[in-house]
Each structure stands twice: as structure tokens, then as C-alpha cells.
Design a protein around this ligand. Sequence first.
Ligand code: TYD
Length: 223
Amino acid sequence: MARGFFITFEGGEGAGKSTQIERLAAKLRDKRYDIVVTREPGGSPGAEAVRHVLLSGAAEPFGPEMEALLFAAARSDHVEQVIRPAVERGAVVLCDRFLDSSRVYQGVTGNLDPDFMAAVERVAINGMMPDLTLVLDLDPEEGLRRATARRGQETADRFEKETVEVHRRRRSAYLAIAASEPDRCVVIEAARPAEAVEHDVTAAVFTALETRSASGSRARADA
Ligand code: TYD
């Protein structure tokens, strides 16, 4: 494989992203793909240092612009240190949250100016747009129930603790992004058992990988 493939998983709290990433990674490794599993905020030493500042709520008093810039700083480090080198050596990168989380959590529910968000996004990703984004869609009340059960005694993080109404706006924002970028995004109904979700995730990923290799061989045949 020449250039690799960059897949992101998005969705609200408790949508099952990490379970699905683990299952997909195992399946792709069985087929001998070179797989890198990573997550945001974090994924590189620099970005993991910023993660704690964001999720503890330490940056919250300084406002949503500050938080958006910190997510972007973490993302830039993660892209340059981990994602781009992996994709360039031919790996398939599976990333738990990426730019759509910033568009939704900071842009939409942080009420930030779209031009500001677009400028910050451009700097953060520096051209590293995902090839495929799977949006795991789930009713926020169910998602929060799952997230609470998973968390046990730990307290909710800075973004999870917001009201159900805020989580509802996030769900709609994800669906709006998916509708406006249908070539990149696939919405997967996540309220079903993990096996059913996994089936659709696998189908979407293999279709995208096959489409990519078909267009790659076409490009070679045309050359
Ligand atoms: P995390 O503990 O990784 O949980 P999960 O992805 O399972 O929900 O928490 C990440 C939190 O950070 C989550 O509430 C979403 C939020 N977030 C943003 O607000 N903006 C971003 O750009 C990213 C990547 C995450």
C-alpha cells in the first residue's frame, strides 16, 4: 500500500466508539493491514499533556476560544507526530475523535464564530483530512446512561457533564456535518447491539478501502 488511510470515529458520549475501534483494528490486523489506533484529545506526548488541561476543566474559565485553541494545539502535534507519519508509511490510522469533535463541541455548542473555527481547523490539521469518518449516532439520553455506567465512581469530565439539551444539539450538529459531507461521512445507528454496529462499521470501511484501491489501480492504468 502506498499512502495509507485515515479513518476517524465520531459521536456523542457513550456511543461505543472505543469498542468499535478495537473490533475493527483486530479485523484489519487479521487481514495484515498495518494499524495505528489513536485518540483525541491526546495521541502524542504533547497532546496528552494538553488533554489533562482540557478534560479536567482547568481551561474552562478562560472561555471556549481558549479551549478551541488548546484542542487545535493538541491536534496539530498529534497530526505531525503520529497521524501523518503513519499514513505516509502506508498504515491505516483509526482515530477516536478528530476535527468534527471540535466543530461540534467548540464550534456549535461553544457558539464560536465559524470563520474563527475554520481558521483554527486549517492550522490544526494542515491538510490531514480524514479519508472516512464514521459517525456513531445515538440518542443522548441513552449515551449518557452508558457513559455513566462505564465511568463507575469517577466524576463526569468537563464536556460530559453538560445538560442533555447540549448533547442533543451536538447530535444534530454531527448529523448536519454528515449530510453536508456525504463523501467523507457515514452515519451508523449505534443504539443496536455491538455486533450489528460492527457489521455496518466493517462494511463501510471495506467499501472505502476497496474504492480507494480501485481508483489507485485506475490511476496507475491511466498513467
Ligand atoms: P474522552 O474521555 O476521550 O471520551 P469519549 O471520546 O469517550 O467521549 O473525552 C473527550 C472529551 O473531549 C469528549 O467529551 C469530547 C471532548 N472533545 C471536544 O470537546 N473537542 C475536541 O476537539 C475533542 C477531540 C474532544
